[in-house]
Design a protein around this ligand. Structure first.
Ligand code: AHR
Length: 490
């Protein structure tokens, strides 16, 4: 029997709800078809935005949505996406499939989408190919409260009141698709661009600088050294492949080796956030600057027969485990990780929703986010679980992973992952400093490759869990293989 010890009285950092954020890029069928179908569509919509999708995202309590990219952000010129749709400038989406972008979804549509979902917008500005003036005017357009050239233009386009826009990214992946810059060059450019990102009226910007790719510790160190006084957050991008970038593996039809290699790669996130946070600690010991993991998730080969530039992939129990583990890692590092955005929301990479015409399905990853919403704005508490190694020779992983938090109403929520493909485990749960009045539990489990399809959309779903016993000291339970378990203790 393994021990799980939760010290509910040992309160740690706040788990910022923005850790549960998502990302929507002009890529494949994420924006068009996935979120936005236009007002004349037969698919039920409000102002062109799919009502079925909005309902599911509200249920999941999506807190933060990043837009318009990604690599697309550093090619995006926001003025092309405002005003009458018929006269909006068209462009070629060179990064993603070379398709025509008609700019019918722009600033007004995105901020309307956020209003409908009830989430905060995170806008990513163009530093790679845009001007300082362009970035500065975008912020004026969205947030200026009063009479100004951009506020007047906004009113002319149908929106008199300013929007509240807090999260603003100054460039994306500027070490790569955002301009192939050196860290020194980017850090200085960042200082210049952000100078003109103004706070208007009551609006207060939270500026996010482009941080490292994976383990580029030199980028992290250099940008912190040069630009630290001017930023609120530094980003980090890390994707999980089955092997590596050149051998991503398939989203379905994998074997046990593919399962364990992927989970081992997902666990690498813990080392990345620990080491980047250590560098940040040197420059910012008070932890004022957040680490924003604003792109993460599984990246597999596209589904056969689909456009390679559209990054459309299925989503199985393996994705669910990657999400469960990663969110537990973020919870445990929430003293520094205060923003995160899984890539991407719909029909692209590790999505929570897939659509096909008017059909929509919720993926296993959706069910994880829906389950873990209990941690949003809760307080992390100390927890420890006894583990042993499982897996194959090249990929050994701990069999169990967990995190625990106290929500504002005093409920204790514990989320536990069983990484084994085959084995269930008996757990002896001990709660320190905590009385138990009642316990509720739910589980997401299935065989490793299980996934939802448009013909069979409910193969993987969350179920009530009853296989536990409340004891004098806590809860004893049996967690099944490929399982994600959630206890709520009142
Ligand atoms: O999410 C897909 C792409 O991955 C993004 O556009 C880019 O920022 C990253 O390389």
């Amino acid at each position: 029997m393994s021990k799980l010890v939760i010290h509910a009285g040992n309160k740690k950092s706040r788990i910022n709800k923005e850790i549960y954020g998502h990302f929507s890029e002009h890529l494949g069928r994420c924006i068009y078809e996935g979120l936005y179908v236009g007002e004349n569509s037969k698919i039920p919509n409000k102002k062109g935005i799919r009502t079925d999708v909005v309902k599911a995202l509200r249920e999941m309590k999506l807190p933060l949505l990043r837009w318009p990219g990604g690599c697309f952000a550093d090619e995006y010129h926001w003025k092309d996406g405002i005003g009458p749709k018929e006269s909006r400038k068209k462009m070629i989406n060179t990064h993603w499939g070379g398709v025509l972008e008609d700019n019918s979804f722009g600033t007004h549509e995105f901020l309307e989408l956020c209003d409908q979902i009830g989430c905060r917008p995170y806008i990513n500005g163009n530093l790679g190919s845009g001007t300082v003036q362009e970035m500065s005017e975008w912020i004026e357009y969205m947030t200026f409260d009063g009479v100004s050239p951009m506020a007047d233009l906004r009113a002319k386009n149908g929106r008199k009141e300013p929007w509240e826009v807090k999260y603003f990214g100054v460039g994306n992946e500027n070490w790569g698709c955002g301009g192939n810059m050196t860290p020194e060059y980017y850090a200085n450019e960042y200082r210049r661009y952000q100078t003109y990102c103004r706070n208007y009226g009551k609006n207060r910007l939270f500026k996010i600088a482009c941080g490292p790719n994976v383990a580029d510790y030199n980028w992290c160190d250099t940008v912190m050294r040069i630009a630290r006084p001017y930023m609120d957050a530094l980003s980090l991008h890390y994707y999980t492949f089955e092997n590596k970038w050149e051998e991503k593996g398939n989203a379905t039809g994998f074997d046990e080796e593919g399962w364990y290699k992927t989970l081992k790669n997902a666990l690498y996130m813990e080392e990345l956030v620990t080491r980047h946070a250590k560098i940040m600690d040197r420059y910012d010991p008070g932890k004022h600057i957040a680490l924003a993991v604003d792109e993460w998730g599984c990246w597999f080969n596209v589904e056969p027969g689909t456009n390679p530039g559209f990054l459309y992939q299925q989503n199985t129990m393996r994705d669910a485990l990657v999400a469960g583990i990663t969110l537990n890692i973020f919870n445990k590092h929430s003293d520094r990780v205060r923003i995160a955005n899984i890539a991407q929301l719909i029909n692209v990479l590790q999505s929570v929703i897939l659509t096909e015409g008017e059909k929509m399905l919720l993926t296993p990853t959706y069910h994880v986010f829906n389950m873990y919403k209990c941690h949003q704005d809760a307080t992390l508490v100390d927890s420890f679980i006894e583990t042993k190694e499982v897996g194959i020779d090249e990929a050994k992983v701990p069999n169990l992973y967990e995190s625990a938090s106290l929500d504002p109403d005093g409920k204790l929520n514990v989320t536990i992952n069983n990484l084994s493909v085959t084995d269930a485990y008996e757990i002896n749960g001990i709660l320190v400093d905590r009385r138990i009045n009642s316990v509720k539990a739910e589980i997401l489990t299935n065989e490793m490759g299980a996934h939802n399809t448009f013909d069979n959309p409910d193969v993987v779903h969350t179920q009530k869990f009853k296989n536990f016993k409340v004891t004098e000291k806590g809860i004893d339970f049996n967690i099944p293989p490929c399982g994600i378990l959630h206890f709520t203790v009142e």
